[in-house]
Design a protein around this ligand. Structure first.
Ligand SMILES: Cc1cc2nc3c(=O)[nH]c(=O)nc-3n(C[C@H](O)[C@H](O)[C@H](O)COP(=O)(O)OP(=O)(O)OC[C@H]3O[C@@H](n4cnc5c(N)ncnc54)[C@H](O)[C@@H]3O)c2cc1C
Length: 192
């Protein structure tokens, strides 16, 4: 590593000289898992959708996962439409709502980061030149083949309302599975 950076800024050489050893830190992603839920156990964040850091959304997705999961479990706990003694038996079903809401969106994010890797890491040449001239035309209004610069993709990823998406899904579920006092759904949503 010291040899690689020979001749660079002396500050960098000084920093590198302080290390006794270095390790390569691989950046990893993975194919979409078939499920995130087993019985009453669920995985979230990088444990189920690790992504390359080329879209700056991995932690954002993990936080969104937490929001959606917390909201769903909170709605299950507070609903009057399910008798208290039956709630535990519905946890798996609610975890599956979570998976249904999150898997597609996080997979889009993982794939977007892979696409950005291609875009960011092009070697000099005709492909890079074509990319540069396309990006020079970006006006954040017309569509662009690069998600990073495509307003539709940006809106889909960054303008998404996870809270109403989750509340709508829970409302549909409780309407189908609840036994009493459907009014709670409305009140429950209003409280959030
Ligand atoms: C270089 C780089 C840049 C990034 N930039 C961004 C960015 O700009 N924006 C963004 O949104 N995301 C970014 N990310 C992604 C982001 O860091 C991750 O998506 C996020 O940290 C995932 O959070 P997590 O809680 O799921 O997992 P982690 O942050 O990995 O947390 C898991 C925790 O569990 C602990 N742990 C593991 N095994 C055990 C065990 N057996 N017992 C107890 N504890 C255990 C680990 O030590 C760790 O603290 C970047 C990632 C990288 C690598």
């Amino acid at each position: 590593m010291r040899m690689t950076y020979e001749g660079w800024d002396p500050v960098l050489a000084k920093i590198i000289s302080c290390h006794d050893n270095v390790m390569k830190w691989k950046l990893c992603h993975r194919e979409e898992l078939s499920t995130w839920v087993k019985n009453n156990v669920v995985v979230l964040g990088d444990a189920c959708h690790p992504t390359l850091p080329y879209q700056a959304q991995g932690a954002a997705m993990a936080v969104e996962d937490g929001l959606v999961l917390g909201l769903l479990l909170g709605r299950l706990r507070s609903t009057d439409a399910i008798p208290e003694q039956e709630k535990k038996a519905h946890i798996n079903s609610v975890l599956k709502i979570f998976e249904g809401l999150r898997k597609k969106r996080t997979t889009t994010n993982v794939k977007g980061a892979i696409a950005n890797r291609v875009m960011f890491h092009m070697h000099d040449g005709p492909e890079q030149e074509a990319r540069d001239s396309e990006l020079a035309e970006v006006d954040w209004v017309k569509p662009c083949r690069w998600g990073w610069a495509d307003p539709g993709y940006q809106k889909k990823m960054l303008g998404f309302d996870s809270v109403s998406d989750t509340n709508n899904a829970f409302n549909r579920w409780v309407t189908k599975n609840g036994t009493a006092n459907q009014q709670e759904s409305v009140n429950g949503e209003a409280r959030l």
